[in-house]
Write a new protein. Structure first.
Length: 134
């Protein structure tokens, strides 16, 4: 068994942030119909509470992602790797941007669109992360 090193801690923290961000969005999406049946205000209340936790996970994922970039030698990487990394970074930005709009709009249509866009972009970024690590 290998010793626990800084790179393992960095990866663990990054995956924890991703799990909280992506998994939390999927959980909220699944809970909204149930919450609506309990009380029309329940989804908003739950989303506000979730937002406090979710943005912490997003910040953890982004900050450890930046840390990861400093630890990876990009100059020796091929075009496919760099393209995949660029797509991942764009999807992370899209996910965060869509979530920010989602949580700050009063339009039901915009909230629905940006909620779906945010989670799909987050899942895409997760997939790109898997591609980068294989």
């Amino acid at each position: 068994m290998n010793d626990l090193g800084l790179s393992e801690i960095r990866l663990f923290l990054h995956l924890l942030g991703v799990a909280g961000w992506v998994g939390g969005q999927l959980t909220m999406a699944a809970m909204v119909p149930v919450l609506r049946r309990l009380d029309p205000d329940a989804p908003r209340i739950a989303a506000n509470r979730f937002g406090r936790v979710a943005w912490t996970f997003f910040a953890l994922a982004v900050s450890t992602g930046i840390w990861n970039l400093f630890e990876v030698s990009l100059s020796g990487r091929d075009t496919a790797y760099l393209t995949t990394l660029l797509v991942k970074l764009l999807l992370v930005g899209l996910s965060g941007g869509a979530a920010a709009v989602h949580s700050n709009t009063s339009s039901v249509a915009v909230r629905g669109f940006t909620g779906a866009l945010g989670v799909m972009a987050a899942l895409g970024a997760l997939l790109m992360g898997v591609v980068l690590s294989s």
